[in-house]
Ligand binder design. Structure first.
Ligand code: C2E
Ligand code: CA
Ligand code: CA
Length: 554
């Protein structure tokens, strides 16, 4: 990139432009514009090389005030200093200019030395600004934020201090759905919300933008409760930004024990806590705990190894049979992924699935599972059998993957699998985000011929709304929501009974999963529940064992 060596002079009087040019031309290239409108065009074309703008106030077409207002709207202009040339010392006008973001003034008495000094000064300041301030929000960038936080902690004496990391959940999706303009507005809004909230409280604080949608704040606090009130206040404020879409801010909080600790390390701890919230439905705040250091190591190991694991087929697909309750015979299965490391250790899905969902790898690992299932079904069909449907889990991340439908359909076409053999399990929490989009996807999948199950029905808070809004085929109810101790509790059983009745009246089959005991089977059977999946009948097993179970030859 060429250096910034241009000055844009905006003035309707040609003589004035010539005078500025004469004074500054030995050091800069001068661009001229006779009003704000032309200046905006030039600015758009040459924003990379314009080091400073000098503008007049009174001009036809677009005056200086309007010009300043327009500049302020564009984030990438924020670090270009603007000096206003004034004829008289009109206090009111100067105030208005400063409010609109003017950096300085020069009198139109055209004193060459003064003009040169002011111009060079403003440019120097803007260079420092670029190094310290984030150009989008105008607040401190990470480096400067760390620096002032260090100073803050050094002078905090006995005060309790906490580091809070804020970020917007599923920000990349908001960005891709509503455009980067909206994404940027949201980021600025979060910056303002942090400042307004902390200004309004009697705490000392520093804050800055760490990058993307991530912000940090370091503040003093009295009690943990008062700290949480502030954190919640920031979130509530941000939620008001949009009534059009679901917006959630998550936060990771580290209560600083040792103020001499490196700020980057302090931030890491808050960031680890924030990570705990990711992909955890309905969990939006987390405090750092010591165990997180070990989680982090474990997570890092999973991330390091996942590509190799996929390439080397360390992921193994297990089938857990489902049983028809009336006849107590197996009818299909759910495919569940397992990770078998070369050393023989087994990583439970609860450990790696949330990490894959966070980093998007789930799209690959889910596809891998679907393909293995398609291969199984293909072999069964080739053997002249008609296999009962196998269901696969579709992570919520896939619903945001624009290629999801296409990928799935290409896959069943590749193996020539009639879609009735492959069922899709979508977890309930996936539905709460964007009902319209999900309804469209579900409609499409129905047209193709897939059966869609709502997994973990009852685990979220809007189960009934989802049932009302989205046309699903099968309900899966996890019995862990009705623990054994609660079986005796009549409220829980009554709710289960009502859910099964409701599903029946909606003509939706019900699968009860996590069934471990005889009493549960009897009770579900008395309710007229259709299918059962659980350790009581069978644990997840290798595909070979499943084939034996259903009497399919090798
Ligand atoms: P899920 O989809 O609700 O799967 C049911 C889980 O309950 C499985 O755990 C299964 O092994 C377990 N389970 C089955 N019967 C019983 C029982 O009687 N008692 C108890 N306590 N548990 C039972 P698993 O295999 O550990 O999977 C955990 C979760 O990981 C799954 O919950 C699912 O959300 C996710 N998952 C597993 N495989 C995949 C996959 O291929 N793709 C995606 N996206 N998620 C997967
Ligand atoms: Ca499932
Ligand atoms: Ca489930």
């Amino acid at each position: 990139m060429r250096g910034k060596n241009e000055i844009l002079v905006v003035d309707d009087i040609r003589m004035n432009r010539v005078t500025f040019t004469d004074i500054l031309k030995d050091k800069f290239d001068i661009l001229e514009a006779e009003n704000g409108e032309i200046a905006l065009q030039k600015l758009a074309e040459r924003k990379e090389t314009i080091a400073l703008i000098i503008t007049d106030l009174m001009m036809p077409v677009m005056d200086g005030f309007e010009f300043l207002e327009e500049i302020r709207k564009v984030d990438s202009y924020r670090n270009i200093p603007v000096i206003v040339a004034t004829t008289s010392d009109d206090m009111a006008n100067e105030c208005r200019c400063l409010e609109l973001g003017a950096w300085d003034f020069i009198p139109k008495t055209f004193h060459p030395e003064i003009i040169r000094f002011r111009v060079l000064n403003a440019i120097d300041k803007s260079k420092v600004r670029v190094l310290e301030y984030d150009s989008l929000t105008g607040i401190y960038n990470q480096q400067k934020f760390y620096q002032i936080t260090r100073e803050f902690l050094d002078t905090a004496d006995d005060a309790n201090c906490a580091f809070v990391q804020f970020d917007i959940e599923r920000f990349t999706m908001i960005n891709s759905f509503y455009g980067s303009g909206e994404g940027n507005r949201l980021i600025c809004y979060l910056a303002d919300a942090i400042k307004e909230t902390l200004d309004g409280a009697s705490v000392r604080y520093t804050y800055g933008r760490i990058g993307g949608d991530v912000f940090g704040a370091c503040l003093s606090y009295d009690t943990k409760e008062s700290l949480m009130e502030l954190v919640e206040a920031v979130k509530t404020k941000v939620k008001c930004h949009s009534v059009h879409y679901y917006l959630e801010v998550s936060s990771g909080i580290y209560l600083i024990e040792d103020k001499d600790m490196d700020v980057a390390v302090i931030h890491d701890k808050a960031s680890m806590a924030a990570d705990r919230c990711k992909g955890q439905y309905m969990m939006h705040n987390a405090f750092y705990t010591k165990e997180m250091d070990t989680w982090l190591l474990r997570e890092q190991r999973i991330i390091n190894e996942m590509d190799t694991a996929l390439a080397e087929e360390q992921f193994v697909v297990y089938f857990q049979p489902k049983y028809e309750l009336e006849r107590l015979t197996p009818y299909g299965a759910e495919a569940l992924v397992r990770w078998q490391r070369p050393d023989g250790t087994l990583v439970p899905p609860g450990e790696f699935i949330p990490i894959f969902e966070k980093n998007g790898f789930i799209i690959k690992s889910d596809f891998y599972v679907w393909e293995k299932v398609c291969q199984f079904i293909r072999r069964e069909l080739d053997g002249g059998r008609c296999p009962a449907p196998i269901s696969v889990n579709v992570s919520r991340v896939n619903l945001y993957n624009p290629k999801f439908l296409e990928t799935l359909i290409n896959l069943v076409e590749k193996y020539k699998i009639p879609p009735k053999h492959l069922n899709l399990e979508l977890t309930e929490s996936a539905f709460s985000d964007n009902t319209d989009m999900i309804q469209d996807a579900v409609d499409y999948l129905h047209r193709v011929g897939f059966t869609i199950m709502m997994d973990d029905f009852g685990s979220g808070y809007s189960s009934l709304n989802i049932l009302k809004d989205i046309n699903l085929d099968v309900l899966k109810i996890d019995m862990k929501f009705l623990s054994k101790s609660k079986m005796a509790d009549s409220r829980g059983t009554k709710i289960l009974e009502a859910v099964v009745r409701m599903a029946q009246s909606l003509k939706m089959p019900v699968i009860a999963e996590g069934v471990e005991e005889r009493e549960q089977v009897d009770f579900l059977s008395s309710l007229g529940c259709d299918y059962i999946q659980g350790y009581y009948f069978a644990e997840p097993m290798s595909i070979d064992r499943y084939k034996k179970l259903i009497g399919s030859p090798d």
